[in-house]
Design a protein around this ligand. Structure first.
Ligand code: GAP
Length: 488
């Protein structure tokens, strides 16, 4: 993979501690001892994840690069309900097939539940056993299938008639609305429908921090296209999605697009490429996103189960057709209209990314330790989160060098101006070095200091988080400097 094997692996405990200390990620319901597989984002984490989702929406929905033919591509969004008619999940195959094989351990002191296909990599509570089933006292049951969908009831009755599910993927809301979107807009194939939202899976082994959670957010696109053009769109999305991660600061040496083997493919997929990232907790790259060629599986299933026509009619192609071929024969004409190339069930390419998984990859990638001189020139350990400026929770911090001589007034004014457009912080507490360290730990790209010279020439210093370079900039140019940084 070309990864630098000599680079020391990040110690996940250090990252988890930083995330808690600086308000990125907390255990859900921590004051009650937490709940396995659920996480909360704190003040810094919510900004980071929001920036990730906004970057995705901006780059994929509002401004996707031109398609393979050089033409602009059409993308729109939806925001669907989390609980849908349960028939959706029968049609999609989730009621019948969305399950993992699972074994229980009956041994005293364990009573664990493990995925049968992941025993070798699942830690065991019975020490000295390293993995589930390894220790002589382990008592594993036969494997049973376990449906991953969370169930709930809708309305006052709690019986089979009111059973519903929390969606395990956002994709089905898009398929169920395909016709609504088509009929309510002027879209023509090919086009994509995007959605960002929560999904829920009752994972047997939630683990590796937020990597495998029971509640998580997806950023999904269903791109509808002509069957005979689907391969070129598959390649387009696969390459675009991999490059997007690199653009946002993930080292390409740690990224790997991996074509799934036939035996791994989900029931709906003709072909899938996983975009994987080498997380510090694993020796093998792990899935960040799947780009799947879903063929016409989902729309065909919904056509069958809902009894609705979800096929697409190529109006323009029909208008251009040589209608004389039908010699005025209405029956022949109707027949021609009902078949390809005029009418067909669109094929779908689906880039499906996890917002939480990417947030975790961004946190892992950003974490750095180095040594920097403090204001007295003494070398000090520093933890710095080298976020891409677009993703950084705080874009700039504004400091008055000292709390006198008119500096706080200028700093506060600048802060109030900048916060109209950017998430910025004001900090006048403690030595300047300590203020820098606090910002480094949350990955703020710029620290702006108002000092004695500011009053004389209306300039301030800007200190760069990564190079530590300090330069003087006119007060009036600060907003432009930050804007340029965010475009980089
Ligand atoms: N609609 C297709 C679909 O849901 P998937 O590969 O099961 O495909 C897509 O999920 C993405 O959702 C994954 O690549 C991952 O980023 C994220 N994801 C899936 N399960 C997850 C979990 N338990 N915790 C966090 N993220 C998860």
């Amino acid at each position: 993979m070309g990864t630098d094997s000599t680079a020391p692996k990040l110690d996940m405990e250090k990252l988890v501690a930083l995330c808690r200390r600086r308000g990125f990620i907390f255990q859900s319901s921590e004051i009650y001892g937490g709940i396995n597989g659920f996480w909360d984002y704190g003040p810094m984490g919510v900004e980071l994840k929001k920036n990730i989702k906004e970057a995705w929406w901006h780059d994929m929905v509002r401004n996707p690069p031109p398609g393979p033919d050089g033409l602009e591509i059409a993308m729109v969004g939806v925001d669907c309900s989390i609980i849908m008619n349960p028939k959706v999940w029968e049609a999609s195959g989730h009621v019948g097939g969305f399950s993992d094989p699972m074994v229980d351990c009956k041994a005293e002191g364990c009573k664990g539940r493990f995925r049968a296909d992941q025993l070798a990599s699942t830690p065991c509570p019975l020490k000295p056993s390293k993995c589930a089933g390894q220790f002589e006292k382990c008592q594993l049951t036969e494997a049973r299938v376990f449906n991953l969908m969370f169930q709930t009831f809708v309305g006052a009755m709690q019986d089979a008639s009111s059973l519903a599910y929390l969606r395990p993927e956002t994709a089905q809301g898009i398929f169920a609305n395909f016709k609504n979107v088509l009929d309510s807009s002027r879209l023509k194939l090919p086009f994509g429908i995007a959605q960002v939202g929560k999904a829920f899976r009752n994972e047997i082994n939630p683990r590796n921090y937020t990597f495998r959670s029971r509640e998580f957010e997806q950023m999904e696109i269903e791109f509808f296209c002509r069957p005979n053009e689907s391969m070129k769109w598959y390649e387009y999305w696969r390459d675009l999605r991999k490059n997007w991660y690199t653009k946002l600061g993930i080292q390409s040496a740690r990224l790997r697009p991996r074509e799934q083997g036939k035996e791994e493919l989900a029931h709906y997929s003709i072909g899938t490429t996983d975009i994987e990232y080498l997380f510090p907790f694993s020796d093998e790259p792990q899935e960040l996103e799947g780009v799947a060629h879903r063929g016409c599986y989902d729309l065909s299933q919904h056509m069958k189960h809902a009894g609705k026509d979800l096929s697409y009619f190529e109006e323009e192609l029909w208008q251009k057709a040589d209608k004389s071929a039908y010699g005025g024969d209405k029956k022949k004409e109707q027949e021609a209209k009902s078949k390809e190339p005029y009418r067909y069930v669109p094929h779908v390419i689906e880039p499906s990314a996890g917002a939480d998984r990417f947030t975790l990859a961004v946190l892992c990638e950003a974490y750095h330790e180095d040594k920097q001189p403090d204001e007295k020139g003494v070398m000090q350990e520093r933890v710095v989160m080298r976020f891409h400026p677009r993703l950084a929770p705080v874009k700039a911090a504004i400091f008055p060098l000292v709390n006198k001589d008119g500096m706080p007034e200028i700093a506060e004014k600048l802060y109030r101006e900048l916060k109209q457009d950017f998430n910025v912080q004001y900090d006048d507490g403690g030595a300047i070095g300590r203020r820098y360290r606090r910002q480094d730990e949350i990955g703020t790209p710029f620290c702006i200091t108002i000092d004695g010279q500011t009053k004389e020439d209306s300039t301030v210093t800007i200190r760069d988080r990564d190079t530590l370079e300090q330069r003087r900039v006119k007060l009036e140019n600060i907003a432009t400097e930050i804007r340029n940084l965010l475009r980089s």
